[in-house]
Design a protein around this ligand. Sequence first.
Ligand SMILES: [Zn+2]
Length: 173
Amino acid sequence: MPLLKIVHYPEPVLLTVGRPVSDEMFANGLAKTVDDMFETMYAAGGVGLAAPQVGLSQRFFVMDVPDEDGKPNKLAFFNPEILRVEGEQTGDEGCLSFPGLYQTVRRDMRVIVKAQDVQGTDIELDLDGLAARCVLHETDHCDGIVFLDRMTVLKREMAKRKIKRLQKTGKWE
Ligand SMILES: [Zn+2]
């Protein structure tokens, strides 16, 4: 199965608010799209991948933040909505649409997120740590927000300079 093409910043689709996933789309079936996205995400070595990152301006994403014992944790979120947040965490973050760029980003430590699963059924999850970070990062993608927007001004300037350097050397297209 061919992998999907991951678009890189500053592709306009990454900076556009995604359209809600409609009842019609659920009825037509989204399982294959989800499978393709997981495969693309694993091949690229990521833990999350949102529809806009593969050029689809829609509100959904897949993620797999393994358990402590390394057990996979495949989840797909459609029309995600952050209901509650608590605490905070600071750590390095990367993004498959920003190849080679890692930067410190402050995020909430715990999130309660409401969404629909691949069948369109309502789900609600309570997640913390890396899983919470991932949900926040990917929900941002659905809103046309990239992690650059979540950095401090100083870190964002550093990141932009690094992106320019990577673009010049052809490691970013
Ligand atoms: Zn990302």
